[in-house]
Design a protein around this ligand. Structure first.
Ligand code: NAP
Length: 536
């Protein structure tokens, strides 16, 4: 507990990523005093921390950007359809400056605990700089994929080479020229960093436990004509995003209708033609070809086999191609849009080490031991993933009524109402957190921050102080979230959507997989007559 002075404030926001920035903006518009704490030295969240070579968005920027300001949409120019990390970080900085958000942000400050005081009905929020605030509302904008898993390997502390974590990349770019480098992890981060550093290293060792489904991004510069066309269409684009399942809708960078057919309703020739068309478009759009790719195993198999065939076509050595082909249902782990990833395995200085044959035993001073073999290394890059959804909030000691710890609660069972709040933790909300929809995260942040701001305004109109999820309504939301998850193919593979990448994490659907329109409906119903909430 801090000994610092205790300042009273309407709202504390934790995190100055895209969600936190927008929450500050919206709270101020509602006349609330707000203080945001951010661990990093700058804004951008994910796009501040993940500055590894090759870090790039895989949703087109015109879709992966704020929609709340028509002026912002019109004045900002993206240089590429899928911008790299530096450009997205610049965009976050532009937004922070343009809307004068920085003055409410304390950088290089970590929130260590947030405790609800039942007498004052305020959250006592403490930071590692010794500051303590008493806040009426506490908003966790801590990110969905933001808490890195610390690499834990026997002997790592004695390894004399360089060590890097993709999500904590140093500002001074490491020089890998001529060096022997290993990358551990072949999710989206691993795939991006491998594609990039393979061009700079002496020898590269890719340590793969589970292959991803790589799909070509087909990034391009944005020509002036295209930018003009997109800006003229923004209103229609946003409307379509808002009414779509996942919030990314472009195919061949153009407005496309949503899928309407099962993959099994069309002939094989039609199906393949559709997959080829989406494939040629690039990005995540193969996902949108048919309605049931994530619902029906046979439908899924047609897409998975299509993607595996593409791997075999791009990798020269059939034995290596075989090891790069995933065997689990496609889309049940995140697709990995990439640029020339598979082609690096045609380079003679790139070596695929399949950890299914022989696992990592330990590190030595000079390298890593896999099976019986020691691989000498100058550097190792860990792209080993995140404690998704719950991890960032778990790292703060959050205590609600009667001192109940949220982390302890969630170790037993993941509870939430509308993926934004939970019973027993009044006036605490999160954005882009557990049980939130699998949806474009920037647009979701806007929706959830608006929802929270509207609830707070209603609360004030009613002259009430505290709002809390109703236990029974929460139980129904959790049940629905799990039922929806269980009706999809997600439980059919080991994946972070179900919490499988963290030993001991209870297996549960961490995301709302029912699509954004159905989610919005739940939010609307909860607000009708305040049926979802208790107030006091
Ligand atoms: P990830 O998808 O969870 O991948 C982590 C990788 O590390 C997996 O291949 C995992 O293998 C491996 N791994 C973990 N522990 C290991 C160990 N002890 N030994 C060997 N291998 C180990 O994490 P990520 O690549 O950072 O991506 C996370 C998410 O961030 C993505 O799914 C995506 O949503 C987002 N992201 C997006 C972009 C983009 O927009 N382009 C880029 C990067 C990340 P197993 O699978 O076998 O556990």
């Amino acid at each position: 507990m801090s000994t610092g002075t205790e300042q009273q404030i309407d709202m504390v926001v934790v995190g100055a990523g895209f969600a936190g920035l927008y929450m500050i903006y919206r709270a101020r518009q509602r006349g609330l005093s707000v203080r945001c704490f951010e661990m990093g030295e700058g804004v951008g969240g994910t796009w501040y921390w993940n500055r590894y070579p090759g870090a790039r968005v895989d949703i087109e920027c015109v879709e992966y950007s704020y929609s709340f300001s028509r002026e912002l949409e019109q004045e900002w120019d993206w240089s590429e359809r899928y911008a790299g990390q530096p450009e997205i970080e610049r965009y976050a900085n532009h937004v922070a400056d343009r809307f004068d958000l920085r003055r409410d942000i304390r950088f290089k400050t970590r929130v260590t605990e947030a405790v609800f005081d039942e007498i004052s009905q305020r959250w006592r929020v403490c930071t590692d700089s010794g500051e303590t605030l008493l806040a009426r509302f506490c908003i966790m904008a801590t990110g969905l994929i933001s808490a890195p898993i610390e690499p834990r390997f026997e002997g790592l502390e004695g390894f004399a080479g360089e060590q890097y974590l993709t999500s904590r990349w140093p500002a001074d770019e490491p020089n890998f020229e001529g060096k022997r480098v290993a990358v551990i992890g072949t999710g989206s981060s691993g795939i991006q960093v491998i594609s990039e550093v393979a061009q700079r290293v002496g020898e590269l060792f890719v340590l793969q436990r589970t292959p991803s489904y790589p799909i070509p991004l087909r990034n391009k510069p944005v020509e002036a004509g295209h930018a003009r066309k997109m800006k003229a269409q923004y209103e229609e684009l946003r409307r379509r995003q808002f009414n779509s399942f996942s919030g990314f809708t472009l195919v061949h960078s153009d407005l496309a209708p949503p899928p309407s057919q099962s993959a099994l309703e069309v002939s094989e020739a039609e199906r393949l033609a559709e997959y080829e068309n989406r494939w040629a478009s690039g990005g995540l759009s193969p996902y949108y070809a048919f309605t049931d790719s994530l619902l029906d195993m046979e439908s899924n198999r047609t897409l998975a086999e299509f993607a595996r065939q593409k791997i075999r076509e791009r990798v020269d050595d059939p034995a290596i191609a075989k090891r790069l082909c995933p065997d689990y249902p496609i889309l049940t782990r995140r697709l990995s849009p990439e640029t020339n990833y598979l082609e690096v395995f045609n380079q003679s200085n790139v070596h695929l080490i399949d950890l299914h044959d022989e696992g990592i035993r330990h590190f030595t001073q000079n390298g890593i031991v896999v099976g019986e073999r020691e691989i000498a290394l100058d550097a190792v890059i860990f792209a080993t993933g995140f404690d998704v959804m719950t991890g960032a909030m778990d790292r703060i000691d959050i205590r609600g009524r009667a001192g109940e710890s949220l982390k302890t609660r969630w170790r037993e069972e993941l509870t939430s109402h509308l993926g934004m709040m939970t019973h027993g933790f009044p006036n605490l909300f999160w954005v882009n957190g557990p049980h939130s929809p699998f949806y474009n995260p920037i647009l979701l942040a806007e929706f959830q921050c608006d929802f929270i701001a509207d609830l707070i305004a209603d609360l004030s109109d009613r002259r009430e102080d505290v709002i809390e999820a109703k236990a029974e309504e929460e139980r129904l939301y959790v049940q629905l979230t799990n039922d929806i998850g269980n009706s999809t193919l997600y439980p059919e593979s080991d994946n972070y959507y179900m919490g499988d990448n963290i030993p001991g994490k209870p297996r549960a659907t961490l995301f709302w997989f029912g699509g954004f329109p159905f989610y919005r409906k739940q939010c609307r119903l909860a607000r009708e007559d305040w049926k979802g909430f208790e107030v006091g």
